[in-house]
Design a protein around this ligand. Structure first.
Ligand SMILES: [Zn+2]
Length: 228
């Protein structure tokens, strides 16, 4: 029985790496599939991972009908046994419904990978529909970490060094630094997201003479040295 599986998490938890590995594993067993993405950080029609891997992929435009795409492959004699769908948070809800139909009516496995929530902590429409429809939702085993060492659960948007909580839902950027004036992202634990305490802000406060002791000591590193 084919399945629709949604691998969801924050940025930086290795979803694109996992997507590429999944494609490799299936191809190594002689299966043929389609690899799709939308707004990858490296540009159009490519899946890139922060570990340096990349491969070409079909870019999913808003108007692309994924059901038609798979039917067209079959019409040309190209077997499709699975789909890898990276950056699935950016797919439209209709495209997610097309994926579910592909699983149910064509018996094709669909593995979707995406960020659950945006920089305002709100679900992306594509992710919401995937959570609603998927046979399974899985969290990748590798955890992204906040600067404090806790598990990162939120994506913060940073513009010119300052965390922002308002703006367009989709502005493509990376977590690895951006030129001045451009959007970048940082993964944070909820506590530091709520306090808008990015790594940069924490460093600035640590060096500030009017620092109050409770400002920095709210989030000790987990482990034996911690006092809770
Ligand atoms: Zn933190």
């Amino acid at each position: 029985m084919a399945e629709l599986v949604f691998f969801s998490g924050t940025m930086d938890c290795g979803k694109s790496t996992l997507a590429l590995q999944m494609d490799h594993n299936h191809r190594a067993r002689g299966r043929t599939g389609l690899v799709l993405t939308k707004h990858d950080r490296a540009g159009e029609a490519v899946i890139s991972s922060r570990l340096g891997l990349s491969r070409e992929a079909t870019e999913v435009g808003d108007d692309l009908d994924l059901w038609d795409l798979v039917v067209e492959q079959a019409t040309h004699g190209r077997a499709v046994q699975y789909l890898i769908c990276d950056e699935a948070q950016f797919y439209t809800p209709q495209q997610v419904e097309q994926l579910a139909r592909i699983v149910d009516e064509m018996d094709i496995d669909v593995y979707a990978f995406g960020i659950t929530a945006d920089f305002r902590t709100e679900l992306f429409p594509g992710s919401r529909r995937l959570i609603e429809l998927a046979d399974r939702t899985q969290v990748p085993q590798v955890e992204a970490l906040c600067w404090c060492g806790r598990r990162a659960t939120h994506n913060a948007r940073v513009v010119d060094g300052h965390m922002v909580v308002e703006g367009e839902q989709v502005v493509v950027g990376d977590t690895a630094g951006a030129p001045a004036g451009q959007v970048e992202y940082e993964v944070l634990c909820r506590r530091h997201y709520m306090r808008r305490m990015t790594a940069h802000a924490a460093r600035a406060q640590a060096g500030s003479p009017d620092l109050l002791p409770f400002d920095l000591d709210l989030c000790p590193l987990p482990g034996p040295a911690s006092h809770g």
